[in-house]
Design a protein around this ligand. Sequence first.
Ligand code: GLU
Length: 318
Amino acid sequence: MSTELVRGRFAPSPSGRMHLGNVASSLVAWLSAKSAGGVVVLRIEDLDRGRCTREYAEQIARDFERLGLCWDEGGLYDGYLQSGCDDYYLSVLERVAAKAKVYPCFCTRAELHTASAPHASDGTPIYDGRCKRLSTAECERLLAERPAALRVEVPDREYSFDDRRLGRISQNLARECGDFVLRRSDGIFSYQLAVVADDIRMGVTEVVRGRDLADSTPRQLYLYELLDAPRPEYLHTPLLVAPDGKRLSKREKSLDLGKLFEISTPERIIGELAWRLGIIDRSEPVTPTEILGEFSREKLVRGDVTIDEREVLEHIGR
Ligand code: GLU
């Protein structure tokens, strides 16, 4: 058995108040790391300066504390806010470029989203690599005209991992994903690059996050390989979906923590989620610490969790 200290993380994007779905994956991340005697790092994923704010980041930190999801390291400090780490991401990008072909891409959003483009399972178009075929002269001419994104070429190979809830997941990067962006044309580093760069730097051994991000994992594994870093374990948590099958998002304010705290308590919210995720047998007020001993990955429900808003509000209202 490995004696390595488990290092999990919370990696919220402060583009709005957390909703029940965010709390559900954070709860599993916390229980998984803590039940193994590990620690949780809080990293703020505020790469997108246009959508993220300091106020939301502070709110998220307060909400975690109020819910009893206390982290051990990180927070709103230098090195744990992605918005302040550009120099580091640039150095990682250079290391990637030393191992794989990284090239400028001038395609506009509209060009990428043509109806004829094949789409990956997460809905993004599979890039056909057209900018890779530009001559040096053409590339230079275009670079003088407009800023370019940077893409990394992917191999025609399967990248696989054993998810701790979903089992084996594989993706052929060339066929199912295509060359992907490491840095956007506005200079912002991509989620794929930053998340891997930070998980490596922070020594994260266990990545627990929503199932919607499982599709990103093979791309991230490729970056781990190029960077010659050990990959973490993965557990992708059930999504919370409305009865119509749509994922709950920050746009639906009714189940965000601001609204929920008006009618409920942290213990009731945690209890309801732990029950719906399969961790405890009934919905009752509990703190995360109280259910640490009950947690095991095998208990987690297999499918997504359908949330009928009215029913949840009735359950957890005081
Ligand atoms: N920042 C991402 C989010 O809030 C999570 C990224 C990750 O866990 O890899 O959805």
